[in-house]
Design a protein around this ligand. Structure first.
Ligand code: NAD
Length: 320
């Protein structure tokens, strides 16, 4: 099997390569060539950790495997970040383990790719103001990936903990984008595209804040109970997601669905827009992409990085 250590990922994987890998697998999902396995997520009763598996099989790319890992809130004492994960790939022809790949940076890159893909396919024409809600670890990646489209001329930011915004401002400056910390009503009125990436458990962006045309990539809600958007805002938007089942159970649309404000048929897999099977934004004033994070994204970026590592002699071969 090939081993690609976490320390090599930054030198191998680019946001562009992650974008291509994730866009391709979203399309495979829409064509019925790739599917995700049920997610396992357990509070293990040790170190307050949440541990689990996200896996799947992409028949088109022959990517089979899983990401194992989770969230260890006390990792600072070990000098480690709280999110820890590893991707394992298996030979789809034989079942033999094919690769073990550090999954921490890859998770950030595949999540950032997901919102960037939604922006490519769903942003209103002429969109140039980006609004960022959230300023934690993941927000920097979302901002970088969105900026790579080259369409944004300035960034507005809001965060429940305003002191964290300075770091996001530094990232924007690095990208050559003017940055302004604003209140949510201004962000909702002026931003053409909004990315939300917080661990909120109650709505931050309200229906009254948003003046269209706007595209919103809701990326923070990946667990039952988390919530970033007002269900009334969800109810008046055209809705897209990476995977319908996850969106309605653990994603942002769980709330509007539970309140019967939307039905399953109101939500479209973004892969259908990528393949040209759905018109996407159309005449909609507001579009929302619910990025819940699927195992197939992890497999796609891991397979891409194994290929790059092998080409560049950075993959280690281990017999197992
Ligand atoms: P982080 O801990 O670095 O940052 C947390 C962010 O949420 C900050 O902006 C913080 O101000 C805000 N926040 C913290 N507690 C809050 C609360 N109680 N109410 C409102 N806001 C609060 O986390 P991160 O790595 O940046 O991840 C942000 C979110 O994105 C998390 O919910 C994480 O689970 C989720 N996530 C989703 C995916 C996906 O594929 N959709 C992938 C990775 C992370």
């Amino acid at each position: 099997m090939w081993v690609v250590p976490e320390s090599e990922i930054a030198g191998l994987m680019t946001p562009e390569a992650a974008f291509d890998a994730v866009e391709a697998v979203f399309a495979s999902m829409a064509r019925g060539e790739a599917y995700n396995f049920p997610v396992v997520r357990e509070a293990i009763g040790h170190e307050d950790a949440l541990y689990g598996f996200k896996g799947g099989f992409d028949r088109a790319a022959l990517n089979l495997g899983l990401k194992a890992g989770g969230y260890w809130p006390n990792n600072q004492k070990h000098g480690l970040i709280n999110h820890q994960s590893t991707v394992f790939l298996f030979d789809a022809d034989t079942g033999k383990v094919a690769a073990a790949v550090g999954g921490n940076l890859l998770t950030a890159l595949r999540t950032a790719a997901s919102s960037a893909i939604s922006i490519k396919h769903l942003a209103p024409a002429g969109a140039e103001v980006l609004g960022m809600i959230g300023a934690g670890h993941q927000a920097q990646f979302q901002l970088r990936s969105a900026a790579a489209s080259g369409r944004f001329t300035r960034v507005l930011g809001w965060n429940p903990h305003p002191e964290m915004l300075a770091r996001l401002g530094e990232t924007a400056a690095e990208l050559g984008l003017p940055f302004e910390a604003v209140e949510l009503d201004r962000l909702g009125a002026e931003a053409d595209v909004i990315i939300s990436i917080t661990s909120a458990f109650s709505p931050l962006l309200l229906d009254v804040h948003v003046k269209g045309p706007t595209h919103i990539a809701a990326m923070g809600t990946d667990t039952k109970g988390k919530q970033e958007l007002d269900p009334a805002l969800v109810a008046r938007a055209r809705l897209f997601t990476d995977e319908l089942a996850q969106s309605l159970s653990i994603g942002e649309f769980q709330h509007a669905s539970a309140q019967n404000l939307i039905s399953d048929s109101d939500v479209t897999a973004i892969g259908r827009v990528i393949t040209g099977d759905h018109e996407g934004r159309g005449e909609a004033e507001i579009t929302i992409f619910d990025g819940t994070g699927v195992g197939l994204q992890d497999l796609a970026v891991a397979a891409a990085v194994v290929e790059l590592a092998r080409q560049q002699g950075k993959a280690q071969k281990v017999d197992i």
